[in-house]
Design a protein around this ligand. Structure first.
Ligand code: TRP
Length: 332
């Protein structure tokens, strides 16, 4: 039987190049693996723990779906849905909450970090913590367990969440017999961490990102802001410590990368190197950017695709939910 691999992205910021290289690109590769049954979704109800603006929620959620499609995800071959369209997930989430020790949530990193900050600031421990934030890992466990997921590709910050899902599943299985598949996380060591404008990891929290579908003139301006040293144009430069080169090699062909490496060693002006970086990026992004724009201006089509996806997802979820409820003595 094919193994299920599940990827969710929550709508809390515009998709940037770091998201693309770190998460989206590897996930799209998995979609082509014949041994895997991939599931992709927009985790909009997870986004609700932070986003409280109607327009922003709408833009960001559609934006994630449009991004997947623009980069070539084929919704007839994989399942792509909006979390909020699959009500079974929320029903299961309550059931799982009843099998989740509160202490397990107390130990979740994201919650713990807020508590620690509050303590340092002499505020009440739970200031600014809503129950959505506190129970976030339970909803995520439900996302994962609802589809009998085998693998969850994640960044390091999400490992604990997958472990929590596993713990909750094991607790249920222990009491009621084999019901949920125990998920494993995958942290891809080959996935590069993309540096941002200032050379640190590209991340929304460092405000150093380049949005994936930025307009060409803005993209050019952002590239010009990338931090470089003050060496002379003719001086040799080390490609392996350069942010410009690190970005270049993600979008250039192998031959172009080898050539650029040589140019760095011989000495290339930063202005010149940035111009070439813009060209390879723009070449790569031009077509997906058009598709993205198309979907963002044809939201009825996006809705149609997401609703079809939700229908497929619900058809998968319903038998499992029925089994779980029956084991619990609820509607046998
Ligand atoms: N918590 C994930 C993140 O912040 C998003 C997410 C929600 C998710 N549900 C998921 C990821 C299920 C994988 C599987 O990135």
């Amino acid at each position: 039987m094919k193994k299920t691999i599940l990827t969710g992205i929550k709508p809390t910021g515009r998709v940037h190049l770091g998201n693309y290289i770190g998460a989206i690109k590897p996930a799209l590769k998995q979609a082509k693996n014949e041994e895997l049954d991939p599931v992709y979704f927009v985790a909009d109800y997870h986004g609700l723990t932070k986003i409280r603006d109607q327009q922003q929620m709408e833009e960001l959620s559609y934006g994630i779906a449009a991004t997947w499609l623009a980069l070539g995800l084929d919704p007839t071959k994989v399942i792509l849905y909006r979390q909020s369209d699959v009500s079974e997930i929320f029903e299961l989430s309550w059931i799982l909450a009843c099998f989740s020790p509160k202490g397990l949530m107390n130990r979740a990193h994201a919650y713990k970090a807020i508590v620690e900050k509050n303590r340092e600031g002499n505020r009440e421990e739970d200031e600014g913590v809503n129950m959505g934030v506190f129970t976030y890992p339970i909803l995520m466990a439900s996302d994962i367990l609802m589809f009998q997921t085998d693998f969850v590709p994640v960044g390091k910050d999400q490992i604990q969440h997958v472990e929590i899902a596993r713990d909750i599943a094991a607790a249920f299985n222990f009491q009621f017999g084999e019901t949920f598949t125990l998920p494993d996380y995958i942290v891809d060591k080959n996935t590069s961490v993309l540096p941002g404008l200032d050379g640190r990891k590209m991340s929304k929290s460092y405000a150093n990102t380049i949005p994936l579908f930025e307009e060409p003139d803005k993209l050019k301006k952002l590239i010009n802001r990338i931090t470089t040293d003050s060496s002379d144009p003719t001086e040799p430069k080390d490609p392996d410590t350069s942010t410009v080169f690190a970005l270049y090699k993600e979008f250039a062909s192998d031959a172009e990368t080898i050539e650029m490496r040589e140019k760095f060693k011989e000495g290339i002006g930063w202005g010149e190197a940035k111009k070439e970086l813009f060209h390879v990026m723009d070449d790569f992004l031009a077509e997906p950017r058009e598709k993205y724009r198309y979907y963002m201006t044809h939201r009825d089509e996006l809705d149609q695709i997401l609703e079809d996806g939700a229908r497929k997802a619900r058809a998968k979820a319903q038998p499992l939910l029925k089994d779980v409820k029956s084991k619990l003595g609820i509607r046998r």
